[in-house]
Design a binder for this molecule. Structure first.
Ligand code: BES
Ligand code: ZN
Length: 919
């Protein structure tokens, strides 16, 4: 806000843009995430209505445009400042027609400021206050960078064709038409698009009328309600669609590539039920006359919530009954529910500025689980929500994290905050608050907030104020510590003897093990000995003592010799970790072994113990003994967490005590045998969604950890499939296990696995299947073949949007080869993907994250010190911090005496195993 006021003041004084720029440059030292040079448009005028005409040429990939903006001049000024980028503006076409004086004014100066993406119009005299109409003609390019108005490609009957589509969030509407490209400048939009006769054109609103002009068709769309520029959308191409109507009478369509409309059915069903669900939940009807959802072959994000025309990657919208997995379906449901949530939270009520992006994304993430739980109660999606919290912990435990609310100045900084903090920490603290306020009160508050701010903008404080008003709780005070500072607490819990109280101490948890300085207001919950007895408290300050719920004597354990267990953070709804003293940890271990702890809490205990171990706060042996009590685990979410933890344990042992790595793998494999036996390799008729997902995860983990039986079976089924695509031996849910098994053994001249995978890749036209293959091709144990896979990534056969999948398959065995490849090809990679920050960021984070030594951290740091631009600072420093944290863990584990013996014991299982598992 300060920045905007400053810019306004300077320009209002009539100073030239040069002064403004000098001021900015002085501040442009990019040392921290918080930049003070807030570059917001001066509020000389505000737009009310845009009349936009676009004429894309799908052969030359250029487009012509006209815009007429009805606006109001608010301040005495001779400037109008708005945004434009990569556009040629026809100078002679720029005019301002004022209402008051009925004059047509021509600017004396038209300036395009490339660096700040501004269009500055200077007029001879001070402009009259009040309404005016600003018009101009321009030309632009349908670019290949998946932002602005861009080109995507598809093939019909072997012929390559172009389509034109838009992606404007966060700040790329200005690449399509000159506009006030900030979320707070809401206006109505009326679009007209001229397209070839045989093409479909879609936009936010329904078509009002059409006219044919020779080889072109002019399509006039209805005027939209008031909305932000980043939500405007246009798509031109060839599509099929399926449609249906919601119970409230809204027509919903899913558009797909020609011939694939059946694949839109699942998403259509989800949308049909989700819209009425949100209508009820938010207490406000879906605000637009129709909803279209469309799959775009080249797409940078996963999906985009354009008002009334939601765009998706193919993989997040389309489901093939045979080749999609249960996990693919769940992803589609979550993504659709997320984007549709934005129709209210984001589109109807919009964040005032990008600092509040987390409100949009954290909220949509949280509420998508609510909708999916309503649609598919058997999926246990709230149990799976804990993954969101953990992924947020992983980033927020770094020194290089950032607060949820971030000051954002230049548009280039916005991309960086679409991260796990805005989405996952945001969603997690909303869940924490909802639990604290109770679901009913929370819902009341939200629907009031939506009503009050509909068609307007809001900031974080506005939401807290409404929630306080409705609940009577001090929401602002409670939430401030979570949104304004980075990090989160670990709560250390201690009891003394048979005491009835627990002593809690909070400190900031950092993945490096260092104690941070942060302090939070923590809603603590506790269960004692059974879930019948629970309590909740607000812990303020460093140390607090909570009285245990008195009824604990009634718990079943009270008669037995075993004292009651105590579990904090029931259901993992709080955004904190817990460290128990030895006695409490032991009780929890036996409670898990005796199956008296709920899945989310088992998950929490395992995940916190892992994190404390990796931060060198507890020996690895403590984690290993805990893992051992999960032998019989069959819950999907808990097992996925165990698999994840196992990969990291294997990584640390592999680098600290290589001789013990085989025992580690054996021990880890033993943990999954119960589940593997129960699930088998073939779908069981009538099985649940979670069983189908778990089968895929467990079998692929067993293959990765070298379980010989699993590898042999995976290979057998893969071969059967290569020989006959119609075989039922290789259903989609187990394919990754098969792919991993054969690629791992592809080395030297034995190219069967790699070559077969490429053949399957070329054959498939389902994005999800292609991604699955890409996700494994770089997992060979032969460095040369890893390089070959990475070279393939740069070939025209892989769309830029999909390169991330290949990177995700790189493992320990391929890390050196992939780092060498990255450094050798850096210029090419930078040249190709440099404009797409999130994509290039993955190249770094994926490859760097495999390393665990200080020397490598130094080498990587030195490399990027000279090779990476500021936009990647954050990614580079986060990745290097992670390597150093791993290096520290490796050092500790290396020094941990007895580990080799312990792992041997664990690997041999049975008699020799530690006493804990038998308690
Ligand atoms: N608003 C985002 C899309 C977006 C992301 C635009 C980054 C610009 C930059 C959209 O609502 C979104 O969050 N999509 C997610 C999927 C979601 C289920 C988490 C995505 O793209 O991954
Ligand atoms: Zn979103």
């Amino acid at each position: 806000m300060a920045g905007r006021a400053a810019a306004t003041a300077i320009l209002a004084l009539g100073a030239s843009y040069v002064i403004l720029k000098q001021l900015k440059n002085k501040r442009r030292s990019r040392s921290s995430f918080v930049l003070k040079d807030s570059m917001r448009l001066p509020r000389f005028a505000e737009p009310h209505r845009y009349d936009i005409e676009l004429m894309p040429n799908l052969d030359t990939c250029k487009f012509d445009g006209k815009v007429a903006i009805r606006l109001e001049i608010l301040e005495s000024t001779d400037h109008i400042v708005l945004n434009a980028a990569d556009l040629n503006i026809y100078e002679k076409s720029v005019s301002l027609r004022t209402s008051a004086t009925r004059q047509v004014l021509w600017p004396t100066r038209i300036e395009l400021v490339k660096e700040d993406e501004l269009l500055i119009l200077t007029f001879e005299d001070t402009l009259p206050l009040g309404n005016a109409l600003l018009s101009m003609d321009f030309q632009g390019t349908l670019n290949d960078q998946m932002k602005g108005f861009y080109r995507s490609t598809y093939t019909v009957g072997g012929v390559n064709k172009n389509m034109a589509t838009t992606q404007f969030e966060p700040a790329d509407a200005r690449r399509c038409f000159p506009c006030w490209d900030e979320p707070a400048y809401k206006a109505t939009f009326k679009l007209t698009v001229h397209v070839p006769l045989d093409r479909v054109v879609l936009s936010n609103m329904p078509v009002n009328s059409e006219a044919v002009n020779g080889a072109k068709r002019s399509v006039f769309f209805e005027e939209s309600p008031k909305m932000s520029t980043y939500l405007v959308a246009v798509v031109v191409g060839e599509f099929d669609f399926i449609e249906s109507t919601t119970e409230n009478g809204k027509v919903v369509r899913v558009y797909t590539e020609v011939g694939k409309k059946e694949q839109g059915k699942f998403a259509l069903e989800v949308a049909l039920k989700t819209l009425p669900f949100y209508t009820k939940y938010f207490g406000t009807a879906y605000p637009l006359p129709k909803l279209d959802m469309i799959a775009i072959p080249d797409f940078a994000a996963g999906a985009m919530e354009n008002y009334g025309l939601v765009t998706y990657r193919e993989a997040t919208l389309l489901i093939d009954e045979i080749h999609s997995t249960a996990a693919n379906k769940q992803r589609v449901a979550i993504v659709v529910a997320h984007e549709l949530a934005h129709m209210w939270f984001g589109n109807l009520v919009t964040m005032e500025w990008w600092t509040h992006l987390w409100l949009n994304e954290g909220f949509a993430t949280w509420v998508s689980y609510l909708a999916v739980d309503y649609l598919f109660p058997e999926w246990g999606i709230w149990t799976q929500f804990v993954d969101q919290t953990v992924e947020a912990f992983r980033l927020d435990g770094l020194i290089e994290s950032h607060p949820i609310e971030v000051e954002v100045g230049h548009v280039r900084e916005i991309d960086e905050i679409f991260d796990a903090i805005s989405y996952k920490k945001g969603a997690s603290i909303i869940r924490m608050l909802q639990t604290y306020l109770t679901p009913d009160v929370f819902q009341k508050g939200l629907s009031e907030y939506i009503k009050r701010f509909a068609y307007k903008n809001a900031a974080t404080e506005d939401l807290w104020a409404v929630l306080s008003e409705v609940s009577g709780e001090p929401v602002e005070e409670l939430m401030h510590s979570w949104t304004s500072q980075k990090g989160f607490p670990v709560i250390t819990a201690k009891v003394h003897g048979k005491a009835t109280s627990v002593e809690l101490k909070q400190s900031q948890f950092l993945s490096s093990g260092v104690d941070g300085k942060g302090e939070w207001v923590v809603p603590v919950t506790v269960a004692v000995g059974s879930y019948k007895v629970t309590g909740s408290y607000l812990a303020r300050g460093k140390i607090s003592t909570i009285e245990l719920p008195a009824a604990s004597s009634e718990s079943p354990e009270s008669d037995s010799e075993v004292p009651s267990w105590i579990k904090l953070n029931i259901g993992q709804t709080g955004f904190y970790r817990v460290q128990y003293d030895e006695e409490l940890a032991k009780r929890l271990r036996s409670a898990i072994a005796s199956n008296s702890i709920e899945p989310t809490d088992r998950f929490g205990i395992l995940e916190d113990t892992y994190a404390l171990s990796a931060a060198c706060k507890q020996p690895l042996s403590v984690l290993l003994s805990l893992m051992e009590v999960f032998q019989k685990e069959c819950d999907y979410t808990v097992l996925s967490c165990l698999i994840d933890v196992s990969y990291r344990v294997h990584q640390v042992v592999n680098d600290a005590l290589p001789a013990a790595a085989p025992d580690t793998k054996k021990f880890i494999s033993s943990l999954f045998q119960t589940a593997a036996k129960k699930l088998g390799w073939d779908p069981i008729p009538g099985e649940s969604h979670l069983e189908a997902m778990l089968r895929g995860e467990v079998l692929s983990a067993l293959v990765s950890f070298g379980d010989e039986d699993a590898i042999a079976e995976a290979k057998r089924r893969f071969r059967a499939y290569v020989d006959d695509r119609r075989t039922s031996l290789f259903p989609a849910d187990i394919r990754v296990a098969g792919y991993k098994a054969v690629i791992h053994d592809s080395k030297g001249s034995d190219r069967f696995g790699y070559d077969s995978l490429l053949r399957l890749y070329r054959e498939s036209d389902l994005s999800q299947e292609k991604n699955r293959i890409l996700g494994t091709v770089a997992a060979s144990s032969d460095p040369l073949m890893v390089r070959e896979a990475l070279d393939f990534l740069l070939s025209p056969e892989v769309r830029s949007q999909d390169t991330i999948w290949i990177l995700s398959g790189i493992g320990l065995e391929g890390r050196e080869a992939s780092w060498t490849w990255l450094s050798e090809n850096w210029d090419t990679i930078w040249g190709r993907y440099g404009e797409t920050t999130p994509l290039i960021a993955r190249f770094i984070s994926r490859i760097v994250s495999q390393f665990t030594s200080y020397e490598k951290a130094d080498e990587i740091e030195a490399f990027f010190a000279t090779n990476a631009p500021p936009a990647l600072d954050r990614t580079v420093s986060q990745s290097i911090e992670r390597v150093r944290i791993m290096a520290q863990w490796v050092k500790h584990v290396h020094q941990e005496s007895d580990l080799v013996d312990l792992l041997k014991k664990l690997a041999s299982g049975g008699e020799e195993s530690s006493d804990l598992s038998r308690e």
